[in-house]
Design a protein around this ligand. Structure first.
Ligand code: ADP
Ligand code: GN1
Ligand code: MG
Length: 355
């Protein structure tokens, strides 16, 4: 749906007077994001929440208020999360006449987001920031947060949905279908660990891909972690796997970069080792292998369904995205021994430091 400038100005005007400019921000696949500048007030970020994906946008803002309050109470916080802004009438969400839900957040100035890492120092920053987020959130009871997106990161549910969709269509991509067939017995690994009590529910970000980390402009320090719509109770392994599949993905060859993985995991654990259990280490490799599969499965199913969930600019884009994720997953599996050796090494390094 195209958003008319006058409509956007009316909506932005609910959050601040005298709007001077509204420009699109980022390249997300779900919501629509804009930077709003106004005469007098500080710039802010305006987002239209995709109601097909997030049925109850009020739950997102409620979670963010709880999370922000919890983080602000802690000492030595290195991440500045965006604050929720209210409308002139004090509301956190604005419903327009077309049934869309809008919300505004403070703009974190002098920052940039990256589509590709520039160096191993950047990779270490990403690992540190995700670990710091998990450590700060680890003292927040996950039960105080809503599930903003039921079914999100429940791989076996994505698999059964795919199986239903595949039965109802004659469209098939032989590579994707064969890959899913060969990998499907791994789909339940993390959920089984959750059911068996091996991995606890904690507070997760849900979508910690590279471009959701904001770097200070002109430097390599990460100052913020944004896109907090999917913050909810979950397994940190989904976050770690998602962050690594995004940061370690060489898009030219669809291969997994082990060196970047090492830098991220090492700095991630410098923050999380304090609460990481033996089981947490044991499920790192399964998570690294699962997340590219899960995203590939989501892209492929959406392609089969006619691209209803992820935004596309061409009808086959979700198919291409799916193939890339499955190739990345294959590259992870081909490097399993190296990744497991790395996990042992970073795990043992921690034991050495502690003793
Ligand atoms: P999407 O769900 O569309 O990915 P994001 O919340 O990630 O939306 O925003 C898209 C981009 O806009 C980000 O990658 C970042 O560059 C910029 N951005 C979003 N929120 C902020 C913010 N609060 N401060 C600074 N930049 C932001
Ligand atoms: C979606 O909109 P964006 O790009 O922040 C998706 C993530 C995927 C990602 C793949 C709520 O996030 O799970 O990993 O696309 N978010 C949701 O690019 O489904
Ligand atoms: Mg984003």
């Amino acid at each position: 749906m195209t958003l008319e400038t006058s409509h956007l100005h009316t909506i932005a005007g609910q959050f601040a007077p005298s709007i001077s400019a509204i420009t699109p921000l980022g390249n997300g696949l779900i919501n629509d994001t804009f930077l709003v500048t106004s005469n007098g007030a500080t710039p802010f970020v305006l987002q239209r929440i995709n109601r097909q994906v997030f049925p109850e946008p009020a739950l997102i803002t409620a979670n963010l208020l709880v999370l922000n309050r919890h983080i602000q109470q802690q000492a030595d916080v290195r991440l500045h999360l965006p604050e929720i802004l209210r409308t002139a009438t004090g509301q956190e969400n604005y419903q327009d006449g077309q049934g869309n839900s809008w919300r505004a957040q403070s703009f974190i100035t002098d920052t940039e987001s990256l589509e590709t890492l520039r160096s191993l120092d950047d990779a270490a920053q990403v690992g540190y920031a995700l670990g710091h987020f998990h450590r700060l959130a680890s003292t927040l009871d996950p039960a105080t947060l809503h599930d903003t997106l039921p079914g999100f990161h429940i791989t076996p549910d994505y698999l059964s949905h795919y199986q239903t969709v595949a039965r109802q269509t004659t469209v098939i991509d032989p590579f994707c279908a064969a890959f899913i067939n060969g990998f499907q017995h791994h789909a339940d690994t993390l959920e089984a660990a959750k059911r068996q009590g091996r991995l606890p529910l904690r507070v997760i970000h849900g979508d910690p891909k590279l471009n959701n980390f904001l770097f200070a402009k002109g430097g390599n320090t990460i100052v913020s972690l944004i896109d907090l719509d999917t913050v909810k109770p979950g397994l940190v392994h989904y976050d770690i796997g998602d962050c690594l599949r995004s940061c370690c993905h060489n898009e030219a060859s669809n291969s997994f970069n082990l060196e970047i993985c090492a830098a991220i995991l090492q700095s991630y654990l410098s923050e999380t080792r304090v609460f990481f259990t033996h089981e947490d280490y044991a499920y790192l490799y399964p998570a690294i292998q699962l997340l590219p599969f899960e995203l590939g499965l989501r892209f492929y199913t959406d392609y089969l369904q006619g691209n209803r969930y992820f935004k596309v600019t061409s009808p086959e884009q979700n198919l291409h995205r799916a193939r890339a994720q499955f190739q990345l997953c294959a590259s992870v599996m081909a490097q399993r021994a190296g990744i497991e050796a790395l996990i042992r090494q970073v795990g043992n390094a921690g034991l050495g430091e502690a003793s």
